[in-house]
Design a protein around this ligand. Structure first.
Ligand code: GRF
Length: 222
């Protein structure tokens, strides 16, 4: 069970907006305590301010020649978050890889949304990769964050059909619309305790989720 969350962003923040809207509509019972960005120009910071949510910006000290720059960043992130004590940490387009120490600190309480049907296409450029692979279905996944990049236990997926003559941009738009549905749902399931992280797996109502829950994005099969 969790009653509060921090949302970490880097960019447009449309998933953040979906979370804010779900809280306002009563679909998600979470106090969004703080929005943290690693990018001072992230449009999502404006969305947070408009919603009255405190914001913090932690830019990377970014001397890439220092081997511990990731550790330093995550230490600063932990310090900032410790002032808010969020129950959950929701990564919403946060374009940094977190250190094992950070992940350990919030083990079982960090969620991420990823624009592919994991385990297909971890990492970047997922829409183009789905097109290049000739996949008939694409989509998005909310998962618990572990040390393995985009590899933690999956909670819920939303699928969209890949259409003839699709472009990465058009596909991304349709996937994003589904992201906005499944992220608030997943956050609500974890906040209520119905979905939990235990022993390296996701559990739903006491059953281990070997396959993620499904939310279809609509549209006929291609
Ligand atoms: C989304 O596609 C999300 O899945 C990915 O980055 C994008 C962020 O979009 N990790 P937004 O900032 O929420 O609009």
């Amino acid at each position: 069970m969790a009653s509060s969350a921090a949302v970490l962003i880097s960019g447009g923040g449309t998933n953040l907006q979906a979370l804010i809207d779900a809280v306002h509509d009563g679909r998600l019972h979470l106090d969004l305590e703080v929005v943290v960005s690693n990018n001072a120009k992230a449009k999502g910071l404006l969305r947070a301010r408009e919603a009255g949510i405190p914001t913090e910006c932690i830019t990377a000290a970014a001397s890439a020649d220092r081997t511990d720059y990731r550790t330093d960043y995550d230490r600063a992130l932990l310090e900032t978050l410790s002032r808010y004590r969020p129950g959950l940490v929701l990564l919403a387009g946060f374009m940094r890889i977190l250190t094992p120490a950070f992940v350990k600190h919030y083990e079982g309480r960090i969620l991420n949304i990823h624009p592919s049907l994991l385990p297909r296409f971890p990492g970047l450029n997922t829409h183009q990769r789905a097109l290049d692979a000739g996949d008939r279905w694409h989509g998005c996944t909310v998962h618990f964050v572990t040390e393995q990049l985009d590899g933690g236990p999956r909670i819920i997926q939303g699928r969209v059909p890949v259409l003839a003559n699709d472009t990465a941009g058009r596909l991304a738009e349709r996937v994003l619309a589904v992201e906005h549905r499944i992220y608030p749902q997943a956050a609500a399931l974890v906040a209520s305790g119905r979905v939990q992280y235990r022993g390296g797996s996701a559990w739903h109502d006491g059953q281990r989720l070997d396959e993620p829950l499904q939310q279809d994005g609509g549209g006929a099969a291609p």
